[in-house]
Design a protein. Structure first.
Length: 247
């Protein structure tokens, strides 16, 4: 018998009414501490998700047994934040699952969609560079296999959309087209613009300019001209009469 099953068997065999009070109090303290350690261990596991090692089914089993683990913080982050920012892409496929399960138990707070709307700097909600996970995922990239990574990120948005956790209004509310205005985010940019073409010709919440007008003013060192070409190309698909919103 495995240690876990043996431990559970012993607990189930205990009839609290028949135990001496002093022993019962001691066992309760042991059980409380054990439960905390188990949830902590499960939480650490959720911070290290890797689709080359673990399956969706395995992760679901962990979450169902220890839902508190979804809120376990490591270095100030909850598991879904680690899944976005781990830098390898091997945890991306778990993001919709973490968001869906987390949404059921209000991870990150009520209405936070399982942590998707968690700010990177909750202590300064209106501070510079304070973005939520939907925004961070839009511009996320890695050096190797960036095109493949871009498609993987786009697929995460697609799954979140089907789950009702990524909404059309998010594109404009969180300036996702601006966030995705990178060559390494091309598929995400196309996905957003196909779902909400109007976002291409709506003033940006940050600088109050239409995206293609803002791109023209960006520093060419950090934003090369091929970004302008990408924005123009996609704009021409949706608004050819207006030259892709250029005029």
């Amino acid at each position: 018998m495995s240690p876990i099953k043996d431990f559970a068997r012993r607990l189930l065999q205990c009839d609290e009414a028949d135990l001496p009070p002093d022993l019962l109090d001691s066992l309760k303290k042991v059980a409380i501490n054990a439960n905390k350690e188990i949830c902590k261990t499960a939480g650490k596991f959720l911070h290290q998700l890797d689709d080359t090692k673990f399956t969706q089914k395995q992760v679901k089993s962990v979450i169902e047994a220890f839902p508190e683990a979804l809120s376990y913080q490591k270095d100030g982050k909850i598991p879904i934040q680690s899944a976005v920012m781990n830098g390898t892409g091997r945890s991306l496929s778990f993001i919709p699952q973490l968001a869906q399960e987390g949404n059921l138990c209000d991870v990150g707070g009520e209405g936070n969609r399982g942590g998707l709307l968690t700010n990177s700097n909750p202590g300064r909600p209106n501070g510079p560079n304070n973005t939520n996970l939907l925004q961070q995922l839009a511009e996320l990239t890695i050096r190797k296999n960036s095109d493949e990574f871009d498609v993987m990120c786009m697929q995460v948005y697609s799954r979140l959309k089907k789950l009702g956790l990524f909404l059309k209004q998010d594109i404009q509310e969180y300036n996702l087209l601006t966030q995705a205005s990178l060559i390494t985010s091309r598929q995400r940019f196309i996905f957003f613009s196909n779902w909400d073409p109007e976002a291409l010709r709506t003033n940006n919440n940050w600088n109050k300019k239409i995206l293609i007008h803002a791109v023209v003013l960006w520093d060419p060192i950090f934003h090369p001209k091929n970004i302008f070409e990408m924005v123009l190309e996609v704009g021409m698909v949706h608004f050819p009469i207006h030259f892709g919103c250029l005029f």
